[in-house]
Design a protein around this ligand. Structure first.
Ligand code: COA
Length: 375
C-alpha cells in the first residue's frame, strides 16, 4: 500500500488516455453529461431506451424512432435454447456477475459478430437479452423454475423487474429502475469502459469487449460497491448504531463502500437523483431503518472525512426496496452500462490505434543468463 502511494501517477489518475464525444465527468456545470445532456435532466425526463439510443446512435430519438427501437429490442429478447442450457448448468452459489460474463461470452459463440457492420445489431441483442440472462439463471438456480424470457413490458426496466418477480412491476418501481439504468449508462474512461476500449483497440469482437468489461466491473472498487454498501447497511439496525459503527470502521481505517470517487471531488451528480427516489421508495414501503441507517452513514462520512456518497450508495437501498436480491445489484449495472461500453467500442473502432502504453521499469539491470546446472 505504501509503495502505491509513492507512485504519483498510480492508476493513470489525471492522464488523458484518449478522446470521446460520449460523456463528460466532473467538469464544471452538470458534473455528468451524455453527449452534451445533463444526466439529471435525462433521468427526470427520459426513459432508458431514449438514453441508450442517444449513446448508441448519436442523437435523442423522436417518438417514432423510440417506439421502433423499443419494438426492435422487444423482438430480440428470447434466449437461444443452448444459452438456457448453459445457464442451467451454472451452480446456484455462482456470483451473478460470473453468470453475466458467461452469458455474454457464450452468446458470442452462438451469434458471432460477423463484421463490424453488425456492431449495432450485436449490441441491441445483448441489450435485449441481458435481463433474461440474469433472471433465467437466478430463478432456475434459486427457485427451480424455467421462466419465459420474453414479456410484454415495453422497456428494459419493466422487463427486468417482471422476469425477476414473475409479475408486472408497479409504475413507481418501473420508473425508478428506468432512472437507475439511465444513471448507470455511461461514465467516460472508468475501469470497465477502458477495458472495453483496450480490447476494441486490438480489433477484437464486441462480445470480447463486453465480456472483458464485465470482468472489470465485477470488482468492489468499481461496480461491486453497491452490493458491498448494502451488506454494510444491513449490519446496522438503527441510525445510532450505524453512526457508531461507521465511526468504528473509520477508526480501523476500513473503506466505506459507496463513498468517494476517483474523479468527482465534492459530490456525485447521480447521487441526488437516486437518493430522492430511494427516499420515496422508503416512504412507500414503510421502511423504518434502511433509509435512516443510510443517511446516518452518509452524515458521518461527510462530517469525518468530507467524503460524499457516489451513485452506488443510495442505489443499494433503492434496489432493496424493490425486492432485488443484493447479488443482482451489479448485474443490473451491466444491463445499463453495456450501452456506454458499446458506444465506446464504436468510437474506438471509428478512429483506432492499438492502445499500448509504456511502463516504467523497476527491475534488475541487464545481466548475463547462467545455465541451470551452474546456478
Ligand atoms: N472510505 C474510506 N476512506 C476513503 C474512501 C472510502 N470509501 N474513499 C476514499 N477514501 C480515502 C482514501 O483511502 C484516501 O485516504 P488516504 O489519502 O489516507 O489514503 C483518501 O480518501 C483519498 O482517496 P482518493 O484519492 O479520493 O480515492 P481514489 O481515487 O484512490 O479511489 C475510489 C477512488 C472510488 C476507488 C475510492 O473512493 C473507494 O475505494 N471508494 C469505495 C468504493 C466505491 O464506492 N467504488 C465505487 C466508485 S463509483
Amino acid at each position: 500500500m505504501a509503495e502505491a502511494k509513492n507512485l504519483g501517477g498510480a492508476g493513470l489518475r489525471g492522464q488523458v488516455a484518449g478522446q470521446t464525444a460520449l460523456s463528460t465527468v466532473g467538469q464544471t456545470g452538470a458534473g455528468l453529461t451524455y453527449r452534451g445532456y445533463d444526466v439529471r435532466e435525462l433521468a427526470r425526463g427520459a426513459v432508458f431506451e431514449e438514453v441508450a439510443y442517444l449513446l448508441l446512435y448519436g442523437e435523442l430519438p423522436t417518438q417514432r424512432q423510440l417506439d421502433q427501437y423499443r419494438t426492435k429490442l422487444k423482438g430480440l429478447r428470447e434466449l437461444p435454447q443452448a444459452l438456457k442450457e448453459v445457464l442451467e448448468r451454472i451452480p446456484a452459489n455462482a456470483h451473478p456477475m460470473d453468470v453475466m460474463r458467461t452469458g455474454a461470452s457464450f452468446l458470442g459463440n452462438l451469434e458471432p459478430e460477423a463484421s463490424f457492420a453488425k456492431q449495432h445489431d450485436v449490441t441491441d441483442r445483448l441489450l435485449a437479452t441481458f435481463p433474461a440472462v440474469m433472471c433465467y439463471w437466478y430463478r432456475f438456480a434459486h427457485q427451480g423454475v424455467r421462466i419465459n424470457t420474453t414479456s410484454e413490458q415495453p422497456g428494459v426496466a419493466g422487463h427486468f423487474l417482471e422476469l425477476l418477480h414473475g409479475n408486472a412491476p408497479t409504475d413507481l418501481h418501473r420508473q425508478v429502475m428506468d432512472v437507475s439504468l439511465i444513471l448507470y449508462a455511461e461514465h467516460e474512461f472508468n475501469a470497465s469502459t477502458f477495458t472495453a476500449r483496450v480490447c476494441a483497440s486490438t480489433l477484437s469482437d464486441m462480445y470480447s469487449c463486453i465480456t472483458g468489461a464485465i470482468g472489470s466491473l465485477r470488482g468492489p472498487l468499481h461496480g461491486g460497491a453497491n452490493e458491498a454498501a448494502m451488506a454494510m447497511i444491513e449490519k446496522f439496525s438503527s441510525a445510532d448504531e450505524a453512526t457508531r459503527g461507521t465511526l468504528d470502521m473509520l477508526e480501523r481505517k476500513e473503506k466505506i463502500m459507496g463513498f468517494g470517487h476517483a474523479i468527482y471531488r465534492d459530490s456525485d451528480p447521480r447521487n441526488e437523483i437516486i437518493k430522492e427516489w430511494s427516499k420515496r421508495l422508503a416512504e412507500e414501503s414503510g421502511d423504518t431503518f434502511i433509509f435512516p441507517v443510510s443517511e446516518a452513514i452518509d452524515r458521518v462520512m461527510w462530517e469525518q472525512k468530507k467524503l460524499f456518497p457516489n451513485a452506488d450508495f443510495y442505489h443499494a437501498s433503492a434496489y432493496r426496496f424493490m425486492g432485488i436480491p443484493t447479488e443482482l445489484f451489479t448485474p443490473i449495472f451491466v444491463c445499463s452500462r453495456l450501452t456506454g461500453w458499446a458506444a465506446h467500442v464504436f468510437e474506438q473502432r471509428a478512429n483506432n490505434r492499438i492502445i499500448r502504453p509504456s511502463a516504467e521499469y523497476t527491475g534488475h539491470a541487464e545481466r548475463p543468463f547462467v545455465a541451470i546446472n551452474q546456478r
